[in-house]
Design a protein. Sequence first.
Length: 109
Amino acid sequence: MKGGKMKIFIIGSTAYQGKMKDHQTKLETEGHIVVLPALDDYAGKNELGVCEFNRACIEQCDEIHVIWDGRSTGTIFDMGMAFMLRKPVKIIHINNKTFENLFHQIAGQ
């Protein structure tokens, strides 16, 4: 990491495309290399191919940034790979208004 510049992998929910693109622009302005596959179409790749592609990207990155709506299962899967690879993770945004929280609130818990 020359001069503190990193290769950063952004994982997150496509519902937050705008937030992810804004974060990507900010990081690139700071000189970082940013990988943002959530917005790719993965032409010719099946589900396993997408996961293998993301794993290779995560392996090559210095840090993982998360922008998550609390529902995307792909983000959960990528987060598990980041955890297994012991990559540093930085939470950029997580939606705290989820159906799980709503159910707890309705149930009075």
